[in-house]
Write a protein that binds this ligand. Structure first.
Ligand SMILES: [Zn+2]
Length: 196
């Protein structure tokens, strides 16, 4: 197994710092040139695995001010967690030694909105709604914005599932080699709010 030289705490700080640069209009656009391509040609050592939404307004490299070889990103509509996603996370953890997993929901998510609104959805979109529904049901009737509440619940439930996912991820968390955190990306301000 590859062991990362970056700790889970350092990885989280790199995301916090990058988002601060971005929202402050001070993006450095690191690791986006031919020198970086050559540097990672023989192998990648990303410092975080991110599960985020496919929404075109949610580009992690941009709002975390990172570049090539930095972020191992899994995206699907609604940032939903399934076995294929878990397999990708296990690969990143086991083979690449990635020390941090971030589950990133966002405001105004269409997939979560469709789930909260209910009703019929055509084709395979139903499988997305079905996966998000337990999160939406868990916070049904709570005060505040129903879509945001469901988005938060969706992130929190995924974080918990990843932390306890045997045999690879749960073991790494147990031994302090990996941390799992959740956050919400605000599509209007560009700010990432990490969940406590
Ligand atoms: Zn979305």
């Amino acid at each position: 197994m590859h062991t990362s030289s970056v700790t889970p705490e350092q990885a989280l700080q790199m995301l916090v710092d990058g988002n601060q640069r971005y929202t402050g209009g001070k993006s450095e656009h690191p690791h986006q040139n031919s020198a970086r391509r050559q540097e990672v040609f023989t192998g990648q050592h990303p410092f975080v695995t991110i599960l985020s939404c496919s929404d075109s307004r949610v580009p992690p490299e941009v709002f975390f001010d990172q570049g090539i070889g930095d972020l191992f990103i899994i995206r699907n509509a609604g940032n939903i967690l399934d076995d294929v996603v878990l397999g990708s996370m296990e690969y990143a953890a086991e083979h690449l030694g990635v020390p941090l997993v971030l589950v990133l929901g966002h405001t105004k998510c269409g997939a979560v909105t469709a789930t909260v609104q209910g009703g019929e959805v055509p084709g395979h979109i139903g499988s997305i709604v079905t996966t998000i529904k337990p999160a939406a049901d868990a916070v049904k009737g709570e005060a505040g914005d129903a879509v945001l509440n469901a988005t938060l619940a969706n992130v929190r439930m995924s974080v918990e599932k990843i932390r306890t996912c045997e045999p690879i991820l749960a073991e790494m968390v147990k031994h302090g080699k990996m941390n799992v955190v959740g956050a919400i990306y605000q599509i209007d301000t560009g700010k990432v709010e990490f969940l406590k």
